[in-house]
Design a protein around this ligand. Structure first.
Ligand code: GUN
Length: 280
């Protein structure tokens, strides 16, 4: 029987710690707002944006919502970001992804001032993380590090295999695990002998975006399994990239979907916002 890594509980602990910190920063006269920008009405994005605004309200940070129509031009969006970059009160700028196809995501990410890049997506933030300099960490990977540490999973010296090489999860995850002194293998859709490689992992992090793909044949007895995927199955129930029922009996610890990695992303976004208010 695996230990269930409870992301809901750990994220709540983090938000409670941040709420206290926000109160003490207020006493020092340090406050600020997070600007949350959504372009269009993608239903999944609307849920994420609502959860982010609720988290701000919970920890006591002001959120400024910019809900722009799907036809918004790239120029208009870049104009808004420039305006927000110049506002002292705005300590964080978050543009919910994905953006409509006519807007270049890279251009938008690069337009955000690095000292307000609370998503940690700007090339300067990624570069700083790579060489261990101060800056905002990518929220989902930073959340996974917290999940592991707060669940008592030792990372140093362990073999961590990551499935997925996205800019948002796989690549920054590898860098953060390396920073924690793990031995890291990154795998992806072109990797040969994927299950054999995964079976060598002490810590297996699955961020491939394929519903219920990873079964028992990918997992070593006693491994720690972190599932970053979130999908709806044929019965419209939420599921991850991992076949949970099959993997759970083999693993020593595992994250559920929902209630594993998902809530941690928002907790770490809040952490970055508080860091920005503290530094501003
Ligand atoms: N879309 C999916 N995940 C994220 C995230 O962490 N931040 C933003 N801005 N958009 C996303």
């Amino acid at each position: 029987m695996a230990k269930i890594i409870d992301g809901k509980m750990i994220s709540q602990q983090i938000k409670d710690e941040l709420k206290e910190k926000v109160e003490s920063l207020k006493e020092q006269g340090k406050t600020g707002a997070l600007a949350v920008i959504q372009v269009g009405e993608d239903p999944a994005s609307s849920v994420y944006v609502r959860n982010k605004k609720n988290a701000c309200a919970y920890i006591g940070i002001e959120s400024l919502a910019y809900e722009l129509p799907g036809e918004t031009t790239e120029e208009e969006l870049l104009g808004l970001i420039e305006e927000l970059n110049g506002k002292e009160r705005v300590r964080g700028i978050l543009v919910q992804l994905p953006l409509p196809e006519h807007i270049c995501e890279d251009k938008v990410i690069q337009a955000i001032s690095p000292d307000k890049d609370v998503d940690g997506f700007h090339p300067q933030s990624v570069g700083a993380m790579t060489i261990g300099q101060p800056g905002f960490l990518s929220c989902t990977p930073a959340g996974i590090i917290q999940l592991l540490k707060r669940s008592g999973v030792e990372i140093a010296g362990k073999h961590c295999v990551i499935i997925g090489r996205s800019n948002i999860v796989g690549k920054p995850m590898a860098l953060l695990m390396l920073r924690e002194n793990a031995t890291v293998t990154i795998t992806h859709s072109k990797t040969k002998n994927l299950s054999e490689l995964c079976k060598q992992a002490d810590i297996l992090i699955v961020a491939m975006g394929k519903p219920q793909f990873v079964g028992a044949e990918y997992v070593k007895e006693g491994a720690v399994v972190i599932d970053v995927g979130i999908h709806r199955d044929e019965n419209n129930k939420l599921c991850g990239d991992v076949k949970y029922a099959e993997v759970e009996p083999i693993a020593s610890a595992i994250t559920p979907v929902p209630g594993g990695v998902g809530p941690m992303t928002i907790a770490m976004l809040m952490n970055n916002c508080v860091q920005s208010i503290e530094e501003g």
